[in-house]
Every structure is written in C-alpha cells, then in structure tokens.
Write a new protein. Structure first.
Ligand code: ZN
Length: 214
C-alpha cells in the first residue's frame, strides 16, 4: 500500500547515510519515527529490531505474519515482538512491499545460491555480527541474530509455496517509515550482495532519518 509521509527531511533530528556493506545500529525512542530511504534504488536493507530495555524481546516475523494475516509488509503493518507486543508501525511506504520470509544473505547461503567460491564474500550476517561485536553496550551476541525484514526486497511466494527472489520494485528515493511504539534498537545491514541480479550487481547506500515525537 503506497502511503506518502508528511515529514520533512529538513526537520529530522538525525540523518545517517549507510554505505552498501555497512551497518546502522542505533536506538530509536518510543514516539520517534524512523525512515529508511533507498537513495539509488533496488537496494536491500536487512533489518532486525530489539526492545532497547530488554533485547531478549525482538522482532518476530512469525507473530507479525500471523497477526496481520499477510506475508508481505507495507503501510499499516504492525511489527510484533516475540512476546506478541507491537514494536513499530509502518506509517508510510512508497515502495509497497517488503519481505520478511527470505532471511538475510550469509556466506553459507551465498555458496548454496551462487557458487562455492562466493563463500568468502561479505554478507549481511557478517555485518550484523560485526555490529554486535563493536557495540557491546547493547548486550547482544551471535545468538540474538534472528528473524529480519528485508526492506525493499521483492520475494513473492510462488503457487507451489516456494520463494522467488524477483527484481526489485523499489527505485531511487523510495522509502519506508516506521513509528516506534517502544524504545527499539534498529540493527540494519545495508546489503553488500554482489551476486543477486535484483540490485543489478550494484549495492548502493541508504539513508536513515529519525524524527522526534511530534
Ligand atoms: Zn544481504
């Protein structure tokens, strides 16, 4: 569902450009709004969310899909935690579809999906592991890397019940915006994937903007 935001980038309290292959790990407070902006188009932003007060509560794809009775995420979706509580609401979306089934790229999936010699290539899971290692104050570890959302990824479910990784439907300047219902840690890996044709083998930066509560 396409819903445009009324928030002006010039009034954002925080703006960070995240290069492809890099990560973003920040707390977004309850009442703040966070926008992930696809600067050049067809990028994938592989994102995890945790309750900042107790990171053992985190985004749950299973609970989110069940509660909204839809496997795709877009404006109107409430992201549910593993404790069945609302974490964030998608309040604006100019892309229209985001995946939460496909999971993030890992060196293992690179070898299965592409070729054995791709194993050494950088993957989203590496970015998350680096992020938790470089940000010990959040109290996260490897075991906390769980379900994620692939913002801007188009991963339709086929008639046979499989997943197909299709060309992206995002474009330069498209964004998704989320209102935080609790203080959340946003852990985003801006995908470094060079093997997937959906980004034309050219990963590009995203921008993360945060607005304070109105
Ligand atoms: Zn990735």
């Amino acid at each position: 569902m396409i819903v445009e935001s009324l928030l002006k980038p010039s009034l954002a309290s925080r703006r960070d450009t995240v290069p492809a292959g890099d990560y973003y790990m920040q707390v977004v407070k309850a009442g703040q709004t966070v926008r992930i902006l696809d600067l050049e188009g067809n990028q994938a932003a592989d994102t995890l969310f945790y309750n900042a007060d107790d990171p053992s509560e985190r985004y749950s794809a299973i609970d989110t899909i069940r509660e909204q009775a839809n496997v795709y995420l877009t404006a109107g979706t409430t992201l549910q935690s593993n404790l069945g509580r609302p974490m964030l609401r998608i309040t604006a979306d100019t892309c229209g579809r985001h995946d939460t089934l496909g999971g993030a790229c890992a060196t293992e999936s690179n070898t299965v999906r592409y070729a054995l010699d791709k194993k050494c290539m950088h993957a989203c899971r590496d970015s998350w592991l680096l992020a938790v290692a470089e940000n010990e104050h959040f109290g996260l570890s490897k075991r906390d890397i769980t379900h994620n959302i692939n913002f801007f990824m188009n991963v339709p479910v086929t008639d046979e019940g499989g997943l197909s990784f299709e060309d992206g439907i995002s474009g330069a300047g498209k964004y998704v915006e989320l209102f935080a219902e609790m203080d959340v840690i946003v852990l985003l890996s801006n995908c470094p994937q060079l093997n997937n044709p959906c980004n034309a083998y050219n990963p590009t930066p995203v921008e993360v903007l945060v607005w304070d509560a109105a």
